[in-house]
Structure formats: C-alpha cells, structure tokens
Design a protein. Structure first.
Length: 380
C-alpha cells in the first residue's frame, strides 16, 4: 500500500472535541492516519483514501478497529462486498463499474433480507436504462451483475459468514444470451480496412492484427514492446490483464511481421497514435472507429466482432480448435458459438457421401469447394 507523508498544509477534520486523523488532500481524496495504544504497544496505520467525507470517517474508525484486532461486524451487503474486494485486491474495467453500482444500490441491505432485496433489484435492473448507454441492459449485462453478486455471496458462504447463498434461479434467473450473429465477408473486410486507412490510419495496424488473431480490444491497446518476441514471432499477454485473469501468447501472422520489425524505438506501445509528434497509447478509440464504419458504409459492427471473425478464419484455415481457444483465451468452447455465426462459410466445407444410385455405381465422397479451403471440419 502506498503512503503519503502528512504535510503542514493539511487540515484535520474534527469529530466532536477529538481530532480525527483525516486530512483533505483534494476533493474526495484524503490521507488517513490512525493510532491506538494497546497493552503498552503503539500501533499506527495510514493510507490514502478516495470517497466522501462520511466514507473517510467510516474508514478511519475501521482502521482503528483493525489496529485493536477487532473484527467489523457483518450486517449489510456492503460488508460482504468489502470482504470480496479485499480478497480480489483489484477489480478492474467493467467489473469495477458493476461492483460500484451494486455497492451503491444494495450496500445498505441487511444480510438477513438479501433474498427478497435481490429479487426486487433484478426486477428493477432489467427495466432500467443503462447509466452509460441509456438503453435497457441486455442479457449479457444482466448476467454480469448476477455473476458479481454470486461471487460475493459464494465467498461469504466459504468464509462462514452466511450459511447459504440467498441467490437462486427463482430470485434472479440467469438471462438467456443470444450471441451476435455478425460476420464480415472478405469484401466487407477489404472495404473496412480501406476506410480505416483513409479516415483513421492510426487504427490500421491494430485492426489488421485483430482480424487475423482473436484478441480483446483491452489486450491490444495494452501491448508494449516488452511483450514482443520477434524471435518466435509472438506477443505475450500477461496474467491478470485478461478477462479470465490468465495470460496467453498471441502469434504474429507473417503479413504483420514487417510492421512489428519496423516499429520506432521511441514507442513503448505496439499499437499507438502520434500526439504532438510523439507515440501515445490508443486508449478508447470509439470516435475514430465510428468514422471508419461510416466511411466503409458499415453500421452494425463492433470492434469486438473482429474477434469472432479471426477465430472463425483461423479454424477455416486449418488451425486446430484447441489452439484457437488457447490463443483467444477461452476456457470453455466459445468457438462453437462463434462458428455458428458464420455458418455460410461452413457450406463449402461440408462433405457428402454419394450413395449407390440406380445404375449401381460405387459410393464416393464429394467435398464442396465454394467455401474457405484448408479445413476438414464437417457440418452435420
């Protein structure tokens, strides 16, 4: 944990006639120092804290209890969530947003009333607009909220705080997810790449790579020169930076090797944009992506769809499915879902046995040639 030294300009907040060790550094940003004397031992603890004044005061009192060796009584769902956060240590990305939302909406609920509260919350959640998009939450989003609640409650059961999780299918059913049925045909790929090269050239390398190798956007924008292995033509994705927290290796396709070998030594990033003449991370490139789609005349396309495209194309080119799953970072066979999204590609891979006809001809196999060559996968 990082600490900040107390400075003279910091002003302590008083509670009654007793000064608390809370110092305001900036709006909603505090430096907390707690101290207790126990059996002649002087115990101290300090940390930086982000939150409201009330939250800072609550954290100060909690730190005092920790120094005394007292356990905080578990009374509300927020207590269970805090215990979960302490075990996970770091909750990032969309999970952090879901965690904050759940803690705000359900944090004050008594753990004895969680069952009924979760049922009411689910009914509200599925009809309320998203704070980000303004649209109703889809099945996948509802399931992400449910997964977070389940993880918190399961940990509480393992720790003995709860005898049984109040979450079940009757209280909060798992929503049925329908995978996106979106696939780019070769002519669309070519049109999109041309549009990106014209309207958002800084996205051209990352899009080319994404259409060839199944990656998440977050993995791509975080790739650095330190992760690049030009001897084995691979890129390392580290543990803890992926959705499943497990790292992987991404192969570099032959056509992308020249790009990585020609990278400027000034850039620590593998994919970047120039800002004031210097390499800068791509970050969230929603506007540039929207411009590229408009120029290409393509509307219904997410950048994440490139992951489906590349995975299916790798299988169609003859890559073993197990290898594609490892490269993509799938623990379960998500490939089955994505393959169905491009069933037209499977038409040319179908094999048929020609039976004995009326003329008594011997049976033979016939393989379609209209699809992508190189794969032996049959469609039943």
């Amino acid at each position: 944990m990082s600490y900040l030294p107390a400075c003279r300009s910091e002003t302590p907040i008083a509670e009654g006639n007793f000064p608390m060790g809370i110092f305001k550094l900036a709006p909603n940003f505090w430096f907390i120092k707690a101290r207790v004397k126990l059996a002649g031992e002087d115990r101290r603890k300090q940390e930086r804290f982000t939150g409201s004044k009330a939250d800072a005061e609550s954290r100060y009192l909690e730190m005092k209890r920790e120094l005394r060796g007292e356990r905080k009584p578990v009374r509300a769902f927020a207590d269970l969530m805090d215990a979960y956060a302490a075990v996970r240590t770091e909750i990032k990305g969309s999970q952090a947003y879901i965690f904050r939302t759940l803690r705000t909406d359900l944090g004050s609920v008594d753990i004895l009333e969680l069952g009924a509260a979760l049922g009411r919350y689910y009914a509200i959640l599925k009809t309320s607009p998203s704070k980000v998009t303004g649209k109703r939450l889809g099945a996948a989003s509802l399931n992400r909220f449910r997964t977070m609640v389940a993880a918190v409650l399961n940990l509480a059961v393992q720790a003995g705080t709860l005898d049984k999780s109040p979450l079940n299918a009757a209280v909060w059913p798992k929503a049925k997810e329908i995978p996106r049925d979106r696939f780019l045909e070769p002519i669309e790929e070519a049109r999109l790449l041309a549009a990106v090269e014209k309207g958002a050239p800084h996205l051209y390398p990352i899009l080319r790579f994404a259409l060839l190798v199944p990656c998440r956007k977050s993995e791509l924008v975080r790739m650095t020169r330190d992760d690049l292995d030009l001897i084995n033509n691979a890129i390392r994705v580290h543990n803890g930076t992926t959705k499943n927290d497990e790292g992987s290796w991404k192969p570099i396709p032959p056509e992308m090797v020249p790009y990585f070998r020609s990278l400027s030594p000034e850039s620590p990033f593998l994919f970047f944009r120039l800002r004031k003449g210097r390499p800068a991370p791509l970050g969230d490139f929603k506007r540039a992506w929207a411009t590229a789609k408009r120029l290409a005349g393509i509307r219904d396309l997410h950048f994440h769809d490139s992951r489906h495209v590349s995975a299916t194309n790798m299988v169609a080119a003859g890559t073993p499915e197990r290898a594609v799953m490892d490269i993509a970072g799938w623990k379960t066979n998500m490939l089955d879902t994505y393959w169905k999204s491009s069933s037209r590609r499977a038409l040319g891979l179908a094999k048929f046995r020609i039976g004995r006809g009326n003329d008594g001809a011997t049976s033979a196999e016939s393989t379609g040639k209209s699809g992508v060559d190189g794969s032996e996968r049959a469609v039943s």
